[in-house]
Design a protein around this ligand. Structure first.
Ligand code: SF4
Length: 534
């Protein structure tokens, strides 16, 4: 065992005791069992009897609990109360189960919720936190019927939604314009002083301030400008935001920098933050802020982050946790039979920003994804690897779906992306041809779906330019003739404030290439507020 269990000698906090008091008051049966049991095991037994006696009153639920029926339909027939009872019974069935918690450096955690509450009742200690008691209170309310599962009406959801501003709202567009101007003024000043520069973006000596601003406004429409002048330093982020960040936030950001967590914020994305928000817009950009500003927890964890999914730990030639042998260490991720993720060795190993909640933080930590844009140009070796990877897809009897991502698939140049898409097309053709020689029943799955994972319509909508659209359109036109059916851009909008005229234009352009655009969203705390994500 690498670590300790819950510390049973930790006293309860005052607010935990208040919730515990409520639990005992609201649930006399639960309170009696806990108070009258000499040991937590005795309490578990009694609670189990009580819950089973209630569950037995519902034949559907008892069948489900005993595993006699399963699946979505059977699950849907369960009452809200039954779900609560099953959860409580599961707590008891799995009491004593020990699990390694990678979030706590591999510490072994023993699952004993009834023991925690028994200790709290008898000894006013036990190591359980406030959130545990809150959760237990709601579970018991679910069981007693006090807490109902009421589906909000459409009107109610729309009302919640209306409380969040959209980046297409005229008032917000005005703010974003003000922010853009402020950011450009700072950039121009820094360029004039020689503190920032890029050979592609320079001013003629004869230009006055107005002309420089005009030129910078033109650059704003070019995605390479945003990549060249992306802000990589917390102090500069603060300066761009008129020094509006709280000192507490800055301390975390400086610590993050010292720990080696990269910063990379495009001027465009920074312009979505309200610096001086009027009353109607206060807090509306919280979901965006949560994406840029790292939390204390992340800073502390960085350096010890384990791969989120066991399957993401890949060694060439050895099966990963899901049993798949993969062609290279860092280019293919696979958990399921029908789909695999391709991470090309090109600029797609970067993103248009580092999302604080990124599931790939492990890859940023070990440097396989990064923001060293100059070093991410594809090498000769990538051409050889791509052949090997496409062979892998071709020789696999089940793969029919490829998700090209990174990082971010659209960070790759048009040329690099075309190279990958062409390789995918050639592989799909070869797979199809080879099938003609295979007898019925022995044919391999042919490629049906190609997806590109990208957050650039949000971080850098200027990237969706005519060149890119041409690459996408050309691929789709030829690929649909060989039976590929779905062409999907899977993007990642996190907040309605990220929907701006520029991102709307980018999405429309992607649709015009004949690709479908779908969205995935991370349920961060601020994105989970009622109505925010509806
Ligand atoms: S765009 Fe995707 S891969 Fe890149 S940092 Fe954000 S969540 Fe992670």
């Amino acid at each position: 065992m690498k670590g300790a269990d819950y510390k049973l000698d930790i006293a309860l906090s005052l607010r935990s005791r208040r919730v515990l008091h409520k639990i005992m008051e609201e649930n006399p049966w639960f309170s009696n069992i806990l108070r009258n049991s000499d040991t937590y095991q005795e309490a578990e037994e009694e609670i189990s009897h009580y819950c089973m006696s209630l569950l037995k009153k519902s034949p559907e639920a008892i069948k489900y609990y005993n595993g006699e029926v399963s699946g979505r339909k059977a699950y849907k027939r369960l009452r809200w109360k039954d779900l609560g009872l099953i959860r409580m019974l599961d707590y008891i069935t799995h009491s004593g189960l020990q699990l390694e918690d990678p979030n706590q450096g591999g510490k072994i955690i023993t699952n004993q919720p009834i023991k925690l509450i028994w200790e709290a009742v008898h000894n006013k200690r036990g190591g359980a936190r406030y959130a545990f008691f809150q959760d237990m209170m709601h579970l018991l309310r679910q069981i007693s019927g006090k807490l109902e599962n009421v589906r909000p009406t459409r009107e109610k959801v729309e009302k919640w939604m209306d409380s969040y501003l959209c980046g297409l709202d005229g008032r917000i567009i005005k703010f974003h314009e003000i922010n853009k101007k402020r950011i450009l003024e700072i950039l121009i000043e820094k360029m004039d002083k020689g503190e920032m520069s890029h050979p592609r973006f320079t001013f003629d000596e004869s230009m006055n301030d107005e002309q420089k601003m005009e030129r910078a406004m033109e650059w704003w429409e070019d995605h390479t400008f945003h990549l060249s002048f992306a802000i990589r330093d917390p102090e500069l982020i603060n300066e761009m935001l008129s020094y509006s960040l709280e000192e507490k936030q800055m301390v975390i950001m400086r610590d993050a920098q010292a720990k080696g967590i990269p910063f990379f914020v495009t001027p465009y994305y920074l312009s979505l933050l309200n610096v001086y928000a009027p009353d109607f817009a206060v807090g509306s950009d919280l979901a965006i802020r949560d994406y840029i500003f790292y939390s204390r927890e992340l800073v502390e964890e960085f350096g010890n982050i384990s791969a989120w999914e066991k399957e993401d730990i890949v060694e060439a030639g050895k099966p990963n946790a899901a049993g798949w042998i993969l062609p290279t260490d860092e280019n293919v991720h696979r958990r399921y039979p029908f789909v695999a993720i391709l991470i090309p060795d090109n600029m797609g190993r970067a993103c248009g920003g580092l999302c604080a909640s990124c599931q790939r933080m492990y890859d940023f930590q070990r440097g396989s994804l990064n923001f060293q844009l100059d070093k991410l140009k594809p090498t000769e070796r990538w051409s050889e690897k791509l052949v090997k990877i496409m062979d892998y897809f071709e020789q696999d009897s089940q793969l029919r779906d490829i998700l090209i991502t990174g990082g971010d698939a659209l960070m790759a140049s048009d040329k690099s992306l075309k190279k990958v898409l062409d390789a995918v097309y050639d592989m799909a053709v070869r797979k199809k041809e080879a099938n003609k020689k295979r007898p019925d029943g022995k044919k391999y799955a042919e490629l049906l779906r190609v997806r590109l994972g990208t957050r650039l319509p949000v971080y850098l909508p200027q990237r969706v330019n005519d060149g890119l659209i041409e690459v996408l359109r050309e691929f789709k036109e030829k690929a649909k003739k060989i039976g590929i059916k779905q062409f999907v851009i899977q993007t990642h909008f996190e907040s309605p404030l990220e929907l701006t005229p520029a991102s709307e234009k980018a999405v429309r352009k992607l649709l015009s290439a004949g690709w479908m655009v779908t969205n995935q969203l991370v349920f961060t705390v601020s994105a989970s507020r009622r109505g925010h994500t509806s």
